[in-house]
Design a protein around this ligand. Sequence first.
Ligand SMILES: *Cc1c(COP(=O)(O)O)cnc(C)c1O
Length: 426
Amino acid sequence: MSVLEKRSSAEVIKLEDKYGAHNYHPLPVVLSKGEGVYVWDVEGKKYYDFLSAYSAVNQGHCHPKIVNAMMEQAKTLTLTSRAFYNDKLGVYEEYITKYFGFDKVLPMNTGAEAVETALKICRKWAYEVKGIAENEAQIIVCENNFHGRTTTIISFSNDENARKNFGPYTAGFIKIAYDDLDALEKAITSSKNIAGFLVEPIQGEAGVYVPSEEYLAKAKELCKANNVLFIADEVQTGVARTGSLLAVCGNCSCESKCEKQATYVQPDILILGKALSGGAYPVSAVLADDEVMNVIKPGQHGSTFGGNPIAAAVAMAALDVVNEESLAQNARKLGELFRSELAKFIETSSIATLVRGKGLLNAVLINDTEDSDTAWNICMALRDNGLLAKPTHGNIIRFAPPLVMNEEQLLDCVSIITSTLKQFEK
Ligand SMILES: *Cc1c(COP(=O)(O)O)cnc(C)c1O
C-alpha cells in the first residue's frame, strides 16, 4: 500500500497497534481534520471535540491566525538553536512577560519540560538565595497531582501506573493532601529546607478537583511567610480555560494583566504549556521575576528547540486570539451554562451524580464503581452520537471543549450528553 493511499479507521488502528508502543489506550476514533470546535474522522463523520487535546486547543482547531503565523515563520526561519540569537525570541519574551505580568520567561517545548525547569529553578534559588544547605532542598507537592511523565515528575506521582517499575525515584519531594491548608502549614514549617510548593490550581487529570475558595490565596500566604516559592502548574488550567486568563486570577475575567485584581494570587513561578500554542506546536514556558529567574546562568539549563522562531510566532498569535476573541469571558459564561444544564439533568438522574468544574474545564461523575467500564462505555456512545470525550480517573468524564464554542453549539452538546447519559439510566 502506498503511503499516500487513504486508509480506513480500522486499518489505521491496526497500524498503531502493530508498530506503535502501547503507551496509550485511545478511544477508537481516527481523526483526520479539525476546524474550530469540530473534528472529522477519516470516514467523514463530524464530532464536537470535548477534550481539546487536554486543553491544548483552547483557541479551536486550526485557528487561521495561528496557522498563518506558523506558516509564515516556517517559510522564513525555523530553528537557530540558542547558540545564536533569532529575531523573534526577544519580541516574544517581551510580549509574554508583559501579557502575564512577570519580569522574565524561560521558553521550553512541552509541559513536563517546563515543570522540570521550574523544579530546577526552585532548587537553585533555594541554595543560592534562600541559603539551604547543598542537596537538602525539599519541594512540597500534592497527592493525586499530574505534572507530566519524566522520571523526576513521576517520582512524586501517586498514580501506580505512572510510577511503578520506573524507580529509583528522585528524592526531595514531600507529598501532602490537596486543598488542605493545615497539611501545607505543617509541612512548610516542619523544616528549614522547604524550597517550594508545586500545585495545580485545579487538579485536571485527577478528575477536575476545584479547591475551596481561599485555598490558593492562603497557600500563597503560607509560602510567603516561610520564604517558600509558590509554583503554579497552569499547563492545563491556564490560557483562559477556567474562565479567567489564569486559574490563579480567581474571579477576575479580564483578558490580561490580572495581577492588579483583588482575587489574583501571584505565583513566584508560573508554568504554562498546552494552549500557549493553541495546539499548533509544542510550546511551554516558565515565568518568574528577576530575583528567582536570575539564578539561572548560561550553560545551566536549556533546550535545542526551546524559544525557536516558530514557537515564538505561534505563541504570540495564540495569545492574541485569547484577547481578540474574549475566550476567558466566553469560557466563564458557557461554563456556567454547562454546569447549570447538567445539574438540572442530574437532579433526576441515576447514572450521573455530580457536575463540577470552572469555566470550560468540567467533569461529570458517573454512578458506578471505580473499576467499572461505565464511563468508557458512555464515551463510546457519545462518540457514536457525535461528541468526543474521555474518562479521567475512575468513573469521571472530563468535558473541555475549545473555548471558541458558541451558546447554540454548547446547548446542542448538552442535549447530546444528556440523551446519551439517559441510555445508561438503570
Ligand atoms: C498536560 C500537563 C502537563 C504535562 O504536559 P506535557 O506537554 O504532556 O508534557 C503538566 N502539568 C499539567 C497540569 C498538565 O495538565
